[in-house]
Design a protein around this ligand. Structure first.
Ligand code: G16
Length: 543
């Protein structure tokens, strides 16, 4: 079977965003589009000759076709072996685990995460390195630079591999192993959590509703929750991955997982609810009648992780992305451990985890994880919650009340303005950026600006600097507004406004979040001039 060297031209716009390259599926399916990006990735990581790669995705439309192309290209580029999830499926955290467990050199994850799937929807591809984590910004910059001058790519003329059958085969000299996507991951979870205690919780009648949103976590949740832990059949809903996620939007937030929200706030709600996203790294957590913001969820996990066997020695430190609320900082302070503030993007946690500076990290975008892998991990977070609930015998509402009364409550919400014309979105950011220095000391809607800057991050491990990571306006008395443009959208620009207000008054810990945040929201809208610049009067999504 000959190896072909295919002539190509550089394709514009193959710049990886917050988490790899995300585009419309139709764009990825254009001639040479995927191939160019894969070759640029291979070249950017110094070639794949003799290397072992893990390959898998969230099962969205084009997942299987893209994997066949990647395998033929890996073989043509001299890779020694590819380990592929059966059916082309691997959740993002399971991929990270497989890279680490098997000592692979890296992996390719096919997913556009929480974005919808299908021929009219979105597709994505990202590279994770040998530590199992997303490529660093230095690496993605290098890959992007190569896309701009690529002249050819290598691909083997081989027939398709059967991705559904466990076993090994070959393309050219490269071995392909089709592996069960769940087994190794489930073993890892068992090593971290007290499965006996969680099983006892279920045996006592504890009820969970887990919405896999027709995405990749279905098989993992069936095996672990209903299989290993004895949760009742039917605990996992929408548990069969489908190429278009059942026509839905696999984004676990109160808007897209509304059905779960309604059930958890209904008259016969289960004790615990959760939903995960397309590739299984995000999770939404709910208790009976209560929604846990991801920022608060991170604070709970930081405060109580020691109750699970995998973390009984305590945490080395914690990290959160800059827009994530400062609730976890308050916990870290009491625990006497470091709390790092990084730019948005899981890739920024990798060095901290590798260096042992942090054990736990998380983000407002519904991701939390630990040093067990180098990705955020939805099911891991769910299991840690269950372990905590089993140990404390408290309800989610009681856990939250404890958190707020101990540390104060960081009311928090994110307002997204989606598919805004890019020029208009940039005008909002440019206008506010220019104003920042003059804001300090001024008062807007009763809030006095204490600090205002554009966030830049100096990585304490490798010394790299990342600039332009969001505009922060910090007000006195614990209020904060952050504005940044999303790096994961595929249409126009998404403006994200992150609002936070600390409340320590015991009488005010049960307000509606949007009420508690009303002034900081008005201040952010006023200072950003968003309505005038974009013509938008209300957000598309409120989390
Ligand atoms: C990715 C990143 C996260 C980030 C999220 C949102 O998650 O890994 O670190 O918080 O995107 O990013 P943005 O605000 O730029 O849209 P995922 O789950 O989409 O891979």
């Amino acid at each position: 079977m000959p190896i072909q060297m295919v002539r190509t031209n550089p394709i514009e716009g193959q710049k990886p965003g917050t988490s790899g390259l995300r585009k419309k599926t139709a764009v990825f399916m254009r001639p040479h589009y995927l191939e160019n990006y894969v070759q640029s990735t291979f070249d950017g990581i110094g070639g794949v000759e003799g290397k072992t790669l893990v390959v898998g995705g969230d099962g969205r439309y084009f997942n299987d076709r893209a994997i066949q192309v990647i395998l033929r290209m890996a073989a043509a580029n001299g890779a020694a072996k590819c380990i592929v999830g059966q059916g082309g499926l691997l959740s993002t955290p399971a991929t990270s685990n497989l890279i680490r467990q098997r000592g692979a050199d890296g992996g390719l994850i096919l997913s556009a995460s929480h974005n919808p799937g299908g021929p009219e929807a979105d597709f994505g591809l990202k590279y994770n390195g040998e530590n199992g984590g997303p490529a660093t910004e230095t690496m993605t910059d290098k890959i992007f630079a190569i896309t701009k001058k690529l002249t050819d790519y290598k691909i083997a003329a081989a027939s398709d591999i059967d991705l559904d059958v466990i076993g090994t085969s070959k393309i050219e000299g490269m071995e392909i192993e089709i592996a069960d996507p769940v087994t190794d991951y489930a073993t890892l979870m068992k090593s971290l959590f007290d499965f006996d205690k969680i099983r006892a919780l279920f045996a006592d009648g504890f009820t969970v509703r887990f919405d896999a949103m027709h995405a990749v976590t279905g098989p993992y949740a069936h095996a672990i929750l209903e299989g290993m832990l004895g949760a009742a059949k039917g605990t996992v809903v929408n548990g069969v991955p489908s190429p278009d996620f059942g026509g839905g939007h696999p984004d676990p937030n109160p808007i897209w997982a509304k059905d779960l929200m309604d059930k958890m706030h209904g008259p016969v709600a289960p004790d615990f609810g959760a939903a995960s996203d397309g590739d299984g790294d995000r999770i939404m957590i709910l208790g009976r009648g209560i929604y846990v913001t991801p920022s608060d969820g991170l604070a709970v996990l930081a405060a109580k992780a020691h109750l699970a066997p995998g973390y009984k020695g305590g945490l080395a430190g914690v990290a959160r992305s800059m827009p994530t609320s400062r609730a976890v900082d308050r916990v870290a302070d009491v625990l006497g451990i470091s709390c790092f503030e990084t730019p948005t993007g899981w890739k920024f946690f990798g060095n901290l985890l590798d260096a042992g500076k942090v054990t736990l990290c998380g983000e407002e975008s519904a991701g939390a994880g630990s040093d067990h892998v180098r990705e955020k991990d939805g099911l891991w977070a769910l299991l840690l919650w269950l372990n905590i609930l089993a140990e404390t015998q408290q309800s989610v509402a009681e856990i939250m009340a404890d958190l707020w009364s101990t540390y104060g409550r960081c009311y928090y919400s994110r307002h997204d303005y989606e598919n805004v014309d890019s020029d208009k979105a940039n005008a909002v950011m440019d206008g506010l950026r220019a104003k920042l220095p003059s804001l300090i000391g001024t008062t807007v809607y009763g809030l006095t600006v204490e600090a205002a800057d554009e966030f830049a991050y100096d990585d304490p491990v490798d010394g790299s600097r990342s600039t332009g990571q969001g505009l922060r306006i910090v007000f006195k008395a614990g209020a904060r507004a952050v504005l940044r443009l999303s790096g994961t959208g595929t249409e126009g620009a998404t403006i994200r406004i992150y609002l936070e207000q600390l409340e320590k008054d015991a009488e005010k810990l049960d307000l509606l979040p949007q009420d508690a945040l009303a002034d900081v929201c008005k201040a952010a809208m006023h200072l950003s001039d968003l309505v005038t610049q974009t013509g938008r009067s209300k957000p598309d999504v409120i989390t």
